[in-house]
Ligand binder design. Structure first.
Ligand code: HEM
Length: 120
Protein backbone atom coordinates (compact mmCIF):
# COMPACT_ATOMS: atom_id res chain seq x y z
CA UNK A 1 0.00 0.00 0.00
CA UNK A 2 2.79 2.40 0.91
CA UNK A 3 4.60 1.79 -2.39
CA UNK A 4 1.40 2.37 -4.33
CA UNK A 5 0.84 5.56 -2.32
CA UNK A 6 4.38 6.81 -3.06
CA UNK A 7 4.09 5.95 -6.77
CA UNK A 8 0.81 7.89 -6.96
CA UNK A 9 2.48 10.86 -5.19
CA UNK A 10 5.26 10.94 -7.83
CA UNK A 11 2.67 10.69 -10.65
CA UNK A 12 0.64 13.49 -9.03
CA UNK A 13 3.49 16.03 -9.00
CA UNK A 14 4.72 14.88 -12.44
CA UNK A 15 1.31 15.38 -14.07
CA UNK A 16 0.79 18.67 -12.25
CA UNK A 17 4.18 19.91 -13.54
CA UNK A 18 3.38 18.73 -17.08
CA UNK A 19 0.03 20.55 -17.03
CA UNK A 20 1.71 23.65 -15.63
CA UNK A 21 4.29 23.79 -18.45
CA UNK A 22 1.54 23.28 -21.03
CA UNK A 23 -0.39 26.14 -19.37
CA UNK A 24 2.67 28.41 -19.58
CA UNK A 25 3.11 27.47 -23.22
CA UNK A 26 -0.61 28.08 -23.91
CA UNK A 27 -0.68 24.65 -25.48
CA UNK A 28 -3.81 23.16 -27.03
CA UNK A 29 -2.67 19.78 -25.66
CA UNK A 30 -4.22 20.84 -22.35
CA UNK A 31 -7.60 20.12 -23.89
CA UNK A 32 -6.78 16.44 -24.41
CA UNK A 33 -9.28 14.28 -22.61
CA UNK A 34 -6.71 12.07 -20.84
CA UNK A 35 -4.97 15.17 -19.41
CA UNK A 36 -8.25 16.38 -17.98
CA UNK A 37 -9.22 13.06 -16.41
CA UNK A 38 -6.01 11.22 -15.38
CA UNK A 39 -4.73 13.78 -12.82
CA UNK A 40 -8.05 13.68 -10.94
CA UNK A 41 -8.07 9.89 -10.92
CA UNK A 42 -4.45 9.79 -9.65
CA UNK A 43 -5.07 12.42 -6.94
CA UNK A 44 -8.26 10.72 -5.78
CA UNK A 45 -6.45 7.36 -5.54
CA UNK A 46 -3.53 9.01 -3.72
CA UNK A 47 -5.88 10.43 -1.08
CA UNK A 48 -7.93 7.21 -0.88
CA UNK A 49 -4.87 4.98 -0.36
CA UNK A 50 -3.50 7.50 2.22
CA UNK A 51 -6.79 7.44 4.13
CA UNK A 52 -6.87 3.65 3.81
CA UNK A 53 -3.41 3.39 5.40
CA UNK A 54 -4.30 5.82 8.17
CA UNK A 55 -7.40 3.77 8.99
CA UNK A 56 -5.48 0.48 8.82
CA UNK A 57 -2.73 1.82 11.09
CA UNK A 58 -5.34 3.44 13.40
CA UNK A 59 -3.68 6.85 13.01
CA UNK A 60 -5.75 9.80 14.23
CA UNK A 61 -4.60 13.17 12.81
CA UNK A 62 -5.61 14.92 16.06
CA UNK A 63 -3.28 12.66 18.04
CA UNK A 64 -0.54 12.03 15.49
CA UNK A 65 0.12 15.68 14.79
CA UNK A 66 2.49 14.93 11.89
CA UNK A 67 -0.52 13.45 10.04
CA UNK A 68 -2.71 16.45 10.90
CA UNK A 69 0.01 18.78 9.65
CA UNK A 70 0.44 16.66 6.54
CA UNK A 71 -3.28 16.97 5.75
CA UNK A 72 -3.15 20.78 6.14
CA UNK A 73 -0.13 20.92 3.84
CA UNK A 74 -2.03 18.78 1.30
CA UNK A 75 -4.93 21.27 1.35
CA UNK A 76 -2.40 24.08 0.70
CA UNK A 77 -0.86 22.02 -2.15
CA UNK A 78 -4.29 21.57 -3.75
CA UNK A 79 -5.19 25.28 -3.45
CA UNK A 80 -1.87 26.63 -4.73
CA UNK A 81 -1.92 24.06 -7.54
CA UNK A 82 -5.43 25.12 -8.52
CA UNK A 83 -4.36 28.75 -8.43
CA UNK A 84 -1.33 28.11 -10.67
CA UNK A 85 -3.40 26.26 -13.29
CA UNK A 86 -6.72 28.11 -13.25
CA UNK A 87 -6.77 31.48 -11.50
CA UNK A 88 -3.34 33.10 -11.88
CA UNK A 89 -3.78 36.06 -14.22
CA UNK A 90 -0.33 36.31 -15.75
CA UNK A 91 2.91 34.38 -16.21
CA UNK A 92 4.55 35.76 -13.04
CA UNK A 93 1.58 34.80 -10.87
CA UNK A 94 1.41 31.36 -12.52
CA UNK A 95 5.08 30.78 -11.70
CA UNK A 96 4.55 31.98 -8.09
CA UNK A 97 1.64 29.55 -7.78
CA UNK A 98 3.66 26.68 -9.20
CA UNK A 99 6.68 27.29 -6.95
CA UNK A 100 4.30 27.54 -3.97
CA UNK A 101 2.58 24.26 -4.84
CA UNK A 102 5.91 22.44 -5.28
CA UNK A 103 7.06 23.84 -1.92
CA UNK A 104 3.94 22.50 -0.18
CA UNK A 105 4.36 19.16 -1.92
CA UNK A 106 7.96 18.95 -0.65
CA UNK A 107 6.77 19.71 2.88
CA UNK A 108 4.13 16.93 2.59
CA UNK A 109 6.78 14.42 1.48
CA UNK A 110 9.19 15.57 4.21
CA UNK A 111 6.54 15.21 6.94
CA UNK A 112 5.56 11.78 5.56
CA UNK A 113 9.17 10.55 5.69
CA UNK A 114 10.27 12.04 9.03
CA UNK A 115 6.88 11.84 10.80
CA UNK A 116 7.93 15.02 12.58
CA UNK A 117 5.82 18.16 12.74
CA UNK A 118 7.31 21.19 11.08
CA UNK A 119 4.91 23.96 12.15
CA UNK A 120 2.98 22.69 15.22
C1 HEM B 1 0.07 15.06 -1.81
C2 HEM B 1 -0.36 14.01 -1.15
C3 HEM B 1 0.53 13.01 -0.44
C4 HEM B 1 1.89 12.79 -0.56
C5 HEM B 1 2.90 13.51 -1.46
C6 HEM B 1 2.22 11.73 0.37
C7 HEM B 1 3.48 11.20 0.54
C8 HEM B 1 3.78 10.10 1.31
C9 HEM B 1 5.06 9.40 1.34
C10 HEM B 1 6.30 9.80 0.51
C11 HEM B 1 4.95 8.39 2.24
C12 HEM B 1 6.02 7.37 2.63
C13 HEM B 1 6.83 7.88 3.80
C14 HEM B 1 7.88 6.88 4.24
O1 HEM B 1 9.00 6.90 3.70
O2 HEM B 1 7.60 6.09 5.14
C15 HEM B 1 3.60 8.43 2.79
C16 HEM B 1 3.11 7.58 3.75
C17 HEM B 1 1.87 7.70 4.34
N1 HEM B 1 0.88 8.60 3.99
FE1 HEM B 1 0.95 9.94 2.49
N2 HEM B 1 1.08 11.35 1.03
C18 HEM B 1 0.03 12.11 0.57
C19 HEM B 1 -1.29 12.04 0.98
C20 HEM B 1 -1.74 11.34 2.10
C21 HEM B 1 -3.08 11.39 2.64
C22 HEM B 1 -4.25 12.24 2.12
C23 HEM B 1 -3.11 10.58 3.72
C24 HEM B 1 -4.35 10.33 4.55
C25 HEM B 1 -4.51 10.48 5.76
C26 HEM B 1 -1.79 10.00 3.86
C27 HEM B 1 -1.40 9.08 4.82
C28 HEM B 1 -0.20 8.40 4.84
C29 HEM B 1 0.11 7.32 5.78
C30 HEM B 1 -0.81 6.80 6.88
C31 HEM B 1 1.41 6.89 5.46
C32 HEM B 1 2.17 5.74 6.11
C33 HEM B 1 2.88 6.20 7.35
C34 HEM B 1 3.65 5.06 7.97
O3 HEM B 1 4.57 4.53 7.35
O4 HEM B 1 3.34 4.71 9.12
N3 HEM B 1 -0.99 10.47 2.84
N4 HEM B 1 2.91 9.46 2.20
Amino acid sequence: MKHLHMTLAVLSIALFSFRFFLTLANSAKLQQKWLKITPHVIDTLLLAVGIGMAVKLALNPFEQLWLGEKLLAIVAYIFTGFYALKFARNRTMQIFGYVGAVGWFMLVARIAMTKETFIF
